[in-house]
Design a protein around this ligand. Structure first.
Ligand code: HEC
Length: 124
């Protein structure tokens, strides 16, 4: 009986850690904070702030990937470039025409790639 309880406890612990590992939203927020990014001033995962909800960004580009309009690697590169240089025009209907400020140095290019990848993972 004790062994069964121990096995069941271990299984639950493994399941819990499995869920924690697949948490792109939590990982994205943590990485934005640790990399010194100001993204969360204008973005949230599930609702528009100044910029579009990252869930909506993810849904749009995953739709394009599934439709064969782009690839995951191309979408990642394009979004990293957009965040680095700043810009507007892709989300005017959502934002009313607001622009994103450029982010040339913070987060680093490597961290920005990871953050964008996590955003794309939100609605895979
Ligand atoms: C000053 C506010 C602001 C900040 C700070 C900001 N964003 Fe944005 N973001 C926006 C706006 C506004 C848009 C919509 C731009 C458009 O319409 O093309 C946007 C769009 C995006 C998009 C979608 C781009 C596209 O072309 O579809 C991504 C991805 C994104 N932001 C990620 C980030 C990340 C990562 C950071 C932090 C490094 C960040 N943003 C910081 C305002 C901001």
């Amino acid at each position: 009986m004790k062994a069964m309880i121990a096995a069941a406890t271990a299984a639950v612990a493994m399941m819990a850690s499995g869920v924690a590992m697949a948490d792109p939203a939590g990982d994205a927020v943590a990485l934005v904070k640790s990399s010194g990014g100001d993204c969360l001033v204008c973005h949230a995962i599930d609702h528009k702030v100044v910029g579009p909800a990252w869930n909506d960004v993810s849904a749009r580009y995953n739709g394009d990937i599934k439709a064969g309009k782009t690839t995951e690697a191309k979408a990642e590169d394009a979004l990293v470039e957009k965040v680095t240089k700043g810009g507007k025009g892709n989300w005017d209907k959502v934002t009313g025409g607001m622009s994103m400020t450029p982010h040339p140095s913070k987060p680093s290019n490597a961290d920005l790639h990871k953050i964008v990848k996590l955003i794309l993972d939100l609605k895979k």
